[in-house]
Design a protein around this ligand. Structure first.
Ligand SMILES: [Zn+2]
Length: 362
């Protein structure tokens, strides 16, 4: 029975066990304290690390976000900058183009204006200056002729009278008869009963009769070929019916310079037409200036001045209305020229063809 019963511990054993437990508990407490101390020491570091981690995370996220934004924004900004630069260049080129266009337009307007002025001057020269000038030559002091020279020896003068017949034509015919001189009359259209016989009288006295114009209206005859032809045929048939002479001599109103001036667009048609009518046209290289009002002295002096040096003088005068100075100056002109040794002939188709710009006698 004693063997089955647990043995009772002795007091000493109990004390020893208590001491061991106490030591063990002390060790545990010490270990716990150490662990607690370690934990307490580590907590700030942990907190600091955590905080720093969060801060770095925040900074990183901010930086990342900024980088992303910069990345996203940098390309559009560059593209926008390039685009703005191109737009500025384009606008600059457009402005330059507009400036050049404006300058070109202005230059073309100036050129057109200059061409118009040139055309106007050419028309004035063709229509007025050579033959029946609107502006008479500048008046020069009338000088008495010096002793007759022999400058006319061997030279033939062709006297021509335009714009008649008129009430003055008979006087001119009489003067020419007195000198035994034959001339040429480029006639216009008139139905005045007292004038009409002059056409036949010109022919009867041995002068040449040629066509000038029926209307003497530059704007009409030089506006188109049909007008020119109609005007020509009116006086051509009229003279032919009156005298039996169908003229083969012609003088352009204002001179043939109109063929290179206002009538240049139909010059070929006119030349062809005159050729078909067997007409030769004649201009002049001397005038007494009676296309405008001149005194008899000035008319005389103009002829003396202009005939100087001419080898084949074709003198333009007028036997139209109000040309009394022409009648008055004619005897004096003839006296001087005869004294200088000139002879006189009427124009025929065989005469030297003095034509402006084509066969201009010097
Ligand atoms: Zn005329």
């Amino acid at each position: 029975m004693d063997a089955q019963k647990p043995k009772r511990k002795s007091l000493a054993q109990i004390r020893l066990e208590r001491q061991k437990r106490a030591k063990h508990n002390q060790r545990l407490n010490l270990l716990f304290i150490c662990l607690a101390a370690v934990v307490l020491i580590m907590i700030p570091f942990l907190i600091s690390s955590t905080v720093k981690t969060f801060r770095y995370s925040d900074k990183l996220s901010v930086v990342t976000r900024q980088l992303g934004e910069e990345k996203n924004q940098s390309l559009p900004q560059d593209e926008e900058s390039v685009s703005q630069s191109l737009v500025a260049s384009m606008e600059e080129l457009q402005n330059e183009r507009d400036t050049l266009t404006a300058q070109n337009s202005q230059a073309q307007e100036e050129l057109a204006s200059m061409e118009a002025q040139i055309t106007s001057i050419q028309e004035q020269l063709a229509a007025a200056a050579p033959s029946e000038p609107e502006n008479p030559p500048a008046a020069e002091p009338v000088q008495e002729p010096t002793a007759p020279s022999n400058t006319g020896n061997g030279k033939t003068i062709y006297l021509t009278f335009d714009d008649g017949p008129s009430y003055l034509t008979g006087q001119i015919l009489d003067i020419l008869d007195q000198y035994g001189i034959k001339a040429t009359f480029f006639v216009t259209y008139t139905e005045k009963p007292e004038i009409v016989p002059c056409y036949q009288e010109i022919v009867n006295r041995g002068h040449s009769i040629g066509i000038h114009t029926a209307s003497h209206d530059y704007d009409y005859i030089y506006s188109n070929f049909e007008n020119f032809k109609a005007d020509f045929m009116k006086i051509y048939t009229y003279v032919g019916d009156l005298t039996g002479v169908y003229c083969d001599l012609y003088r352009f109103p204002g001179g043939s310079m109109n063929l290179s001036g206002r009538a240049c667009f139909m010059a070929d048609e006119i030349r062809t037409f005159l050729s078909q009518m067997y007409c030769v046209y004649f201009d002049w290289n001397v005038t007494n200036g009676d296309g405008e009002d001149v005194t008899a002295d000035l008319a005389y002096q103009n002829v003396m001045n202009e005939i100087e040096g001419r080898n084949t003088p074709v003198i333009l005068m007028h036997d139209g209305e109000k040309k009394e100075s022409t009648v008055e100056s004619l005897p004096r002109i003839l006296d001087t020229l005869i004294a200088q040794g000139y002879s006189f002939e009427r124009l025929t188709t065989a005469s030297p063809q003095i034509q402006q710009g084509v066969k201009w006698d010097t």
